[in-house]
Design a protein around this ligand. Structure first.
Ligand code: MG
Length: 216
């Protein structure tokens, strides 16, 4: 069983939801169409690693990209919640990586097949510890980014999300239902690029979280 660290407590992990194409500049860099409703995919819970563990790149890909994202932790079951009440179900926030085998994803997209092999390999879901929502004034104005080997590669602000956190939660609760223990990757800003063995990654949520991962 996989667990996550929420305010210092180990908590059982439930589903891993991910939102794709949520920042306009990233949609442009991959030449995708702008979505009219959230693009949702899932990762298996076995893909999760926490900071302190090393990332292992899958042998079947030669182009694994970093996607640095803000992550929501849901702490109460909920169906069909309105955006106005959605943040009441948040038990924490973290920063993490939605690692993506871009070469495999491109092949799957061409064939119209699901993305699981590109997005769900072991260590494809990296997470920091989760902090209390009480520490955050406005979740829609949070600056975060990623350094690789000391060089800034990605920088984003949650104000640029096409579907903000409350709308994502409302949408997922309506279509799928949300359960305590679910986490939600909220999409990546521009700047995605390939990783290689030995790379050192630093995920920074300004004034909140700073964690490192290393590629084995
Ligand atoms: Mg992503």
């Amino acid at each position: 069983m996989k667990t996550i660290l929420v305010e210092g407590r180990e908590v059982a992990l439930s589903n891993i939801f991910c939102i794709g194409r949520n920042y306009a500049e990233h949609v442009k860099e991959l030449k995708n169409a702008k979505p009219t409703e959230p693009v949702v995919f899932l990762k298996p819970t076995s893909a999760l690693i926490q900071s302190g563990e090393n990332i292992t790149l899958p042998e079947y890909s030669h182009d694994v990209h970093h996607e640095c994202e803000l992550i929501i932790y849901i702490d109460k079951d909920v169906n069909s919640v309105s955006p106005q009440r959605a943040l009441d179900y948040v038990g924490g926030y973290a920063i993490g990586l939605d690692l993506t085998a871009r070469d495999v994803q491109s092949q799957l997209k061409t064939k119209g097949l699901p993305w699981t092999k590109a997005k769900g390999f072991r260590s494809a879901a990296c997470v920091s510890h989760f902090i209390s929502p009480k520490l955050i004034d406005d979740i829609n104005a949070q600056q975060f980014g990623l350094k690789v080997n000391g060089e800034l590669r990605q920088q984003g602000n949650t104000k640029d999300m096409m579907f903000p956190c409350a709308e994502i939660i409302s949408y997922l609760s309506e279509v799928y239902g949300l359960q305590a223990g679910d986490i939600i990757y909220t999409g990546t800003p521009a700047g995605v690029a390939a990783l290689k063995s030995g790379d050192e990654l630093e995920l920074i949520w300004t004034d909140k979280i700073d964690v490192k991962f290393k590629i084995a």
